[in-house]
Write a protein that binds this ligand. Structure first.
Ligand code: TMP
Length: 397
């Protein structure tokens, strides 16, 4: 049974930054109701009504995985790790974005799948065979007509974006060699509960995985998890190592350990999610209270990182220009645009937080370490960060 436990109200498509806020643009802005459900049978947490992917993954897709130093390092290190552990002869990446992972492979040793045409163009130009399509049964049939089966399939922050997991995993099964390995990483439900990071729910995150849920779902496609790692990326992710049920890999201790941790955390119980939903409401009211208080004191507050996550917060909490002056972001193609739904101007962050800013809300809280390092001047002159994870908190030097 599917039980709705969280209602994050009307939300825009997070990737739809507006180039100007004229009447025509705002009238055409697409909104949907963001609510979240728990499947009491397989323990999967998903959005109740996913948005049509064709509305999301367009040729104007803004996110560039290689924007942050942390992410470039992380992709390089996982590529090297996978190459040395599995020695793949032929690999594939699903959701290759701007090629930040691919670049660590020789051009004839990997193919890419990327439905956003602007991104697919980048990796094609770099010389990698790129299929500009959504990952599904039809695409796999086409790829397997042209190429051999794969030793390694890697996917970061993509599988959780796909509504139909059965078709997705059946297609993975078909594409893998008998002892091939599928490695995928996505935000982790255990971290969302622990950090109260409800902003992980937005249109692209159709599902937030736990090990117990993903194991149940993989079984239906004759696949299994044989190893798992917890990662710091994106505020807490899991990297699942998956193979065919009859493949040679034995199951690592990490799988049993995480499973018992999840059962202790109650990721299989509806009550865990309803309690989380109450904490989310509390977080909303505390954040609003703080921002209104700062406004009363005439403090200048901006947001740091025009993240998808912060779109959920701003729209759910109804935070607009009245409470946040503008948003800072280092991504060129977000700068000069307006955030989806609440229409806050995005300015370049490249020269650091301006002198007259008192507080910066961490839209990109998952990069706190990197941001703190960059913004020492801001902190030294008394500037403060605001975060909502795991609780509403002010961070100073
Ligand atoms: P993400 O969490 O979806 O990867 O988005 C992070 C956003 O934050 C991305 O738009 C880049 C931005 N950002 C900055 O503007 N400055 C920074 O120092 C970091 C780490 C990220």
């Amino acid at each position: 049974m599917k039980k709705k436990f969280l209602n994050l109200l009307k939300q825009p498509i997070t990737n739809s930054y507006l180039s100007s806020i004229n009447k025509r643009n705002t009238k055409n802005e697409y909104f949907y109701n963001l609510s979240v459900i728990f499947n009491t049978q397989n323990f999967l947490v998903s959005l109740s009504k996913p948005v049509d992917p064709k509305k999301q993954y367009t040729d104007k897709y803004a996110h560039r995985a290689s924007q942050s130093f942390t992410m470039r390092q992380s992709f390089k290190s996982v590529a090297n790790k996978l190459k040395s552990r599995f020695k793949p002869n032929f690999s594939m990446e699903i959701g290759s974005n701007d090629g930040v992972f691919l670049k660590n492979f020789k051009k004839n040793k990997i193919v890419a799948v990327e439905p956003c045409l602007n991104l697919a163009k980048i990796t094609k130009k770099l010389g990698y065979k790129t299929y500009p399509n959504f990952w599904n049964r039809k695409l796999v049939n086409k790829i397997l007509k042209e190429k051999s089966n794969f030793d390694l399939i890697y996917s970061a922050n993509t599988i959780s974006h796909i509504p139909n997991l059965k078709e997705t995993f059946d297609a993975i099964y078909k594409s893998l060699n008998d002892n091939g390995v599928f490695v995928f990483e996505d935000p982790y439900m255990g971290s969302v509960i622990k950090m109260n990071s409800y902003d992980q729910f937005y249109d692209e995150h159709v599902h937030i995985f736990s090990l117990i849920a993903i194991s149940n779902i993989l079984k239906k496609s004759k696949l299994k998890v044989f190893d798992v790692e917890l990662l710091q990326t994106h505020g807490g992710s899991t990297r699942f190592y998956v193979c065919k049920e009859n493949a040679k890999f034995s199951i690592n201790k990490s799988v049993k350990n995480l499973k018992s941790k999840e059962l202790k955390q109650g990721l299989h119980k509806l009550s865990t999610y309803t309690k989380f939903a109450s904490r989310v409401k509390k977080s909303k009211y505390e954040l609003l209270e703080l921002l209104k208080e700062l406004k009363k004191k005439s403090k200048k507050v901006v947001s740091y990182g025009a993240t998808y996550k912060s779109a959920t917060i701003f729209n759910y909490c109804n935070i607009g220009n009245d409470l946040i002056n503008y948003v800072l972001d280092s991504t060129k193609n977000k700068q000069g645009k307006f955030t989806p739904g609440k229409h806050i101007l995005i300015k370049p962050s490249n020269n650091g937080i301006p002198e007259d800013v008192d507080y910066a809300f961490l839209g990109a809280w998952n990069f706190l370490k990197e941001i703190k390092k960059k913004e020492q001047k801001f902190l030294k002159r008394g500037g403060k960060f605001i975060t909502h994870v795991p609780k509403i908190k002010i961070i100073s030097l």
